[in-house]
Design a protein around this ligand. Structure first.
Ligand SMILES: Cc1ncc(COP(=O)(O)O)c(C=O)c1O
Length: 442
């Protein structure tokens, strides 16, 4: 925008000016309507004009906007923590509220470290994660993630993290192995790496339950996470599941790990937790971790000014209550199946579409230059960047990314629409995507 003082994400793009939101659409200053097929980045799960959440924010602002958490607790934070604990997997009863996904991940890494120091295992400090993962952009979260391009500038500032393979059957399952054999093979890489580093040194394994931004809705194969959980137990390593993007009902369960039938030691959520109405994230931990701190130093050596912000918590309580009371999980499952079928109908035979995958209303489309060899487009064609722009031009917000295969090569489009989306709008997503892909890739 002319005469802007904003420091934008990209300095050489002119962005439209968003004025208001209505349901699944964002409307710009020229009254152009954009269908938000990715909820920004899997954020806006209730769309852009939910009256109940808006009212909750206004009411809380009238009562109390801020009370520092080193002096006070607050009703919205207590209610939200209680509701989250009640609906989260067993034992995950302690909730630490922050303002973003990166902060939730930072908190989980620091908590894992402090836990082992408190229980007398101070040598445990190493983190293992997966290639092509993304855990946030602050230095600790960035160091824990495996996305090459986001790390490059800052490599020298980042602590060392060991990377194992993602669970990525489209690219790496061989013809000789079944899906579960493949899952076991990649999960066993964790054990190899733990032995390699020395189990006495390893503190945590962190993974996105369903890989999101940098991998394009990579759903784990059955049994993969059960084996991961077993390995973590065997070597006394904390399992941190990052559900900042895939959590809060996005995959059709409030927590994506419910489908994997495992329970992590620490779980992170954000994005859908505030649904875009307020910035909020949370780290939820097992009682035994909390108890180690409570019975030890009695103080988690962490904190930010806006922890447990009352207005953010009130908004989030309203979002979460809706997700639970209006049974959005089953709606997401049904609509997710419709979305998958609809994408397959319009794009399944497209010569540039290699894979359409995902769970619930969290879908990824991997683009290829050649369907039979799965060869990606040359990086310099910047397919993902051009898809984003072309889609926006025709009124579609989607979330394309380059580097799907190894952080550099490969392109995918992430689709994560609001849970209130209807069949006509799903149809609009597929047809607009088809025309976008045909224009950009041909
Ligand atoms: C899995 C995951 N973790 C962490 C983050 C960082 O969240 P935030 O951008 O809110 O800091 C993201 C953001 O995309 C994410 O997808």
């Amino acid at each position: 925008m002319k005469n802007s003082n904003i420091f934008p994400r990209h300095t050489n793009y002119d962005l439209p000016n968003a004025i208001r939101g209505e349901g699944c659409y964002i409307i710009d200053e020229n009254d152009k309507w954009y269908l938000d097929a990715s909820g920004g980045a899997a954020v806006s799960c209730l769309g852009h004009s939910d009256k109940t959440v808006q009212k909750a924010i206004i009411e809380q602002t009238k009562k109390l906007s801020f009370a520092h958490t080193s002096f006070f607790t607050s009703e919205p934070a207590e209610l939200l923590a209680n509701l989250l604990a009640k609906h989260s997997p067993e034992g995950l009863d302690r909730v630490y509220f922050v303002s973003s996904g990166s902060e939730a991940v930072e908190s989980s890494l620091k908590l894992a470290r402090q836990y082992f120091v408190e229980i007398g295992n101070p040598e445990k400090h190493k983190i293992i994660s997966r290639r092509q993962s993304y855990h946030g952009n602050t230095l600790g979260a960035l160091a824990a993630g495996g996305n090459v391009s986001r790390r490059t500038f800052f490599e020298k500032l980042l602590f060392e993290t060991s990377l194992i393979s993602p669970c990525y059957p489209y690219r790496h399952q061989t013809q000789e192995e079944t899906e579960s054999e493949y899952g076991l093979r990649v999960a066993n890489e964790l054990e190899e790496e733990i032995i390699n580093l020395g189990p006495e040194n390893v503190m945590a394994f962190i993974a996105e339950t369903v890989g999101g931004a940098t991998a394009g809705a990579l759903t784990p194969v059955i049994g993969y996470f059960k084996r991961i959980r077993e390995i973590c137990n065997k070597y006394n390593i904390l399992l941190i599941l990052d559900e900042v993007m895939c959590g809060m009902g996005r995959t059709g369960s409030l927590f994506a790990c419910e489908d994997e039938e495992i329970i992590p030691d620490i779980l992170t959520v954000a994005k859908g937790l505030g649904a875009g109405y307020q910035p909020i994230g949370a780290m939820i931990c097992q009682n035994f971790i909390y108890d180690a701190i409570a019975n030890g130093s009695g103080f988690f050596q962490h904190g930010h000014t806006y922890l447990g912000h009352p207005v953010a918590c009130a908004a989030s309580f309203s979002v979460l209550s809706k997700l639970i009371n209006e049974n959005f999980s089953s709606q997401v499952r049904e609509k997710g199946q419709y979305l998958q079928k609809n994408l397959e109908l319009h794009l399944g035979q497209n010569q540039f579409v290699g894979d359409i995958r995902g769970r619930g209303l969290f879908r990824g489309i991997e683009l290829v230059n050649n369907r039979s060899t799965k060869e990606p487009f040359p990086k310099k064609l910047n397919i993902a960047g051009r898809i984003k722009k072309q889609a926006l031009d025709i009124g579609l917000i989607c979330y394309p990314m380059q580097g799907t295969i190894d952080g550099s090569k490969g392109d995918h489009i992430l689709i994560a629409p609001p849970f209130i989306i209807n069949e006509n709008q799903i149809n609009e997503i597929s047809t607009k995507l088809k025309s976008t892909i045909d224009i950009v890739c041909n």
